[in-house]
Design a protein around this ligand. Structure first.
Ligand code: ZN
Length: 363
């Protein structure tokens, strides 16, 4: 692979550099501009009859799938299988649909709108660009590429959902329309190509219908659409392993779509993927001595990292996130015994509790 980056931050400048390295100028174009007039770039690959539209970083802080798209390009351009796929498919890849959010490392765009809630209103310049490309390209399949936080588990387990998928609903009744069925079958196929283990899993996202979400909107228009979520792989906060999993998933998806073998999968296979559950937290601290309404007792605390952009790097800042017994920590730490003499007041503000925790353990 050409691309090396140890940072979760992936702004438009980094993307431009990576694209320039790949000498793709022939079929690379600016399809529109963001609110702050940053270009939105799209790349065409392949010349086949089946059209696939993919877009990443519609949420600017979800960078893993953009990097995976670069790896997919390398695969398509450097392998024999990739050359075959390019004869079967015409791909249109939109990188960083939200370049302003990508520059700021925010989910929202510069107008503070979540683009994935703007599909129906189409109030934002970035969504207008996506809709124009969708309407003129008229894809047979859409890939809606996202990233998810560390909190998601694959089902009611302690396994992080390193990948999650959704075949969005096309109506409030969640009817399995022909388009939705194709998305379900493809997801079942892609999931089946992975070998999950006792450290990671694959989750299925909630399918409540929301016409403002891009995937629901396109599925309602009759276009099979797959939501990809790049999640947390154990100890992989830079998401290098996740990036590989996403790259493989996209390639497997393209292969299956061109070969048509997803037809061997059923909607039951899709529903057999465990539903996502959001009960994971970054750190679990057990044996914490607390004082709660004058009573001294023991508790388990949870800490969640907040991602903060600082001088072109993402700093993972620990924040106290409660003591709900239904939660489970990805990393488990035991509070040292000496803390018993200094009970933490459970009713203090979160930042005060955090300071108390930091006196005894390194976070
Ligand atoms: Zn997202």
């Amino acid at each position: 692979m050409i691309y090396v980056n140890n940072n979760r931050y992936f702004p438009p400048e980094a993307l431009a550099k990576e694209l320039a390295n790949r000498k793709l100028s022939q079929r690379l174009q600016t399809v529109g501009y963001s609110h702050e007039k940053r270009p939105i770039l799209s790349l065409d690959l392949g010349s086949g009859p089946l059209k696939v539209l993919a877009w990443s970083q519609m949420h600017g802080n979800e960078t893993t799938t953009t990097k995976a798209l670069l790896d997919v390009i390398d695969y398509l351009k450097t392998t024999h299988e990739g050359a075959t796929l390019q004869k079967a498919l015409h791909l249109k890849l939109i990188f960083q649909l939200n370049p302003d959010g990508s520059a700021r490392y925010t989910r929202i765009n510069a107008n503070e709108v979540d683009l994935n809630r703007d599909a129906k209103a189409q109030s934002q310049p970035e969504m207008k660009v996506l809709m124009e490309v969708y309407n003129t390209f008229n894809p047979d399949l859409c890939l809606n590429l996202h990233g998810q936080r560390t909190i998601f588990a694959a089902g009611n387990t302690k396994l992080p959902a390193s990948l999650s998928f959704l075949a969005p609903a096309a109506d409030p009744e969640r009817t399995i329309t022909p388009a939705r069925r194709v998305a379900m079958q493809l997801i079942a196929r892609i999931s089946g190509q992975h070998t999950t283990s006792n450290v990671w899993g694959i989750g299925r996202y909630d399918d409540s219908f929301n016409i403002n979400c891009t995937g629901d909107y396109f599925t309602a228009q009759g276009t099979p659409t797959i939501l990809f979520e790049a999640g947390h792989y154990p100890n992989d906060y830079m998401r290098k392993e996740t990036r590989k999993l996403v790259t493989k998933s996209i390639i497997d998806c393209l292969k299956s779509f061109s070969a048509g073998d997803y037809n061997n999968n059923t909607t039951e296979d899709y529903f057999a993927i465990p539903a996502n559950s959001n009960h994971l937290r970054d750190i679990e601290i057990s044996n914490v001595t607390i004082v709660n309404n004058k009573e001294i007792t023991k508790s388990t605390f949870f800490v969640q990292y907040k991602e903060v952009l600082d001088n072109n790097e993402i700093i993972f800042t620990p924040e106290f996130d409660g003591s709900d017994c239904k939660l489970s920590g990805l990393k488990k730490i035991q509070m040292p015994e000496e803390q018993e003499k200094y009970p933490i007041n459970r009713n203090d503000f979160a930042d005060v509790i955090m300071d108390s925790l930091k006196k005894f353990i390194q976070l």
